[in-house]
Design a protein around this ligand. Structure first.
Ligand code: ZN
Length: 325
């Protein structure tokens, strides 16, 4: 009996022992995971370099080069308008922790108003000018459009010219995007030399993709006689320069056109047989719709601020192609 009991007792003991071990393993694993989590959270806080950018396409550029080494903060959020946006206190706090501020640098209103403030929040921050090396286009308001909308707008134009002389939308040309990427890369290796090889490899891959994009857009838009594109907001000036398009612009730097301006645009659209009007989802499209109704055409929304740069630019090229038919 005694001997008979022994095996069951042994089994019982074994079970207790096994359960004990099991529990220990659980506790150990839980501890390890907790430790891991805690450590990982600390590591990301310590290792990831804070990079502040103004607009979403820049975030894409920075992330494509910096990957997991970076914590990118975008000042103008999705749906925000870089001509009018004001940062939140929370965003300025992000700035105070960042190593780099990559500004567009081409005179976009958000930066004209806020760049100094952003820099003053964090005096150590390395400021990267993404426009450095880009051939800037004089703002349309300075030159060719003065007479176009009649005298009413000339005063406004004079005011605009004083505040910013260049068209700020430099990122909407893959060739410019390549230069912006180069500028961001230079900033990254200056602030984080340990990541140099990593940044370099990623930069080369992304710049090759930008070259491919450029070739592709060239193909998409080639072979069409008509080069006129009617746009609401003059965001596509650099794009138009690269791909030999002629922009007919409705809005002038954030302002709706006058009644006379609209009349003028309608007759231009009719003259050139324009049926599509391109507007951005970030802005009001009231006058674009008015014109579309008058010419029996339609409004197509294209965004100059989409984060997924490559996909968005292809989409825009395809949309413009429809207008050139
Ligand atoms: Zn704009």
């Amino acid at each position: 009996m005694f001997i008979g009991l022994k095996p069951s007792q042994a089994i019982y003991m074994k079970r207790i022992w096994f359960a004990g071990i099991y529990l220990l393993v659980l506790v150990f694993l839980a501890g390890m995971f907790a430790g891991c989590d805690g450590k990982a959270a600390e590591d990301t806080g310590e290792q990831k370099m804070g990079v502040v950018v103004s607009i979403l396409p820049q975030a894409e550029f920075a992330e494509r080069i910096g990957g997991d080494r970076l914590m990118v903060t975008v000042m103008v959020p999705p749906g925000g308008n870089p001509h009018t946006y004001e940062p939140t206190p929370g965003q300025l706090e992000e700035v105070s922790r960042a190593k780099i501020y990559a500004k567009v640098g081409s005179g976009i209103e958000f930066e004209l108003v806020w760049a100094d403030k952003i820099i003053s929040v964090n005096k150590e921050i390395l400021v990267v000018d993404c426009s450095s090396g880009i051939d800037l286009i004089e703002s349309a308001d300075n030159s060719e459009h003065e007479g176009e909308n009649g005298e009413l707008n000339e005063e406004e134009f004079a005011g605009e010219a004083a505040s910013h002389n260049y068209d700020p939308h430099i990122w909407l040309s893959p060739a410019n995007a390549k230069i912006m990427t180069e500028n961001i890369y230079s900033g990254l290796i200056e602030a984080d030399p340990d990541g140099r090889d990593f940044y370099y490899e990623n930069k080369v891959v992304f710049q090759n993709e930008l070259d491919e994009l450029d070739n592709e857009i060239r193909k998409i838009l080639s072979g069409r006689e008509n080069r006129k594109i009617l746009v609401y907001h003059p965001a596509w000036t650099y794009f138009a320069r690269d791909y030999h398009l002629e922009l007919v612009i409705i809005e002038k730097e954030g302002k709706e056109p006058t009644a006379e301006g609209i009349k003028n645009l309608i007759s231009q659209a009719k003259l050139y047989n324009i049926k599509l009007i391109f507007a951005s989802p970030e802005l009001s499209v009231k006058s674009a719709e008015t014109i579309a109704r008058e010419i029996g055409g339609s409004v197509v929304l294209i965004s100059p601020l989409e984060k997924d740069y490559l996909t968005n630019m292809r989409k825009v090229a395809e949309a413009f192609k429809q207008a050139l038919e």
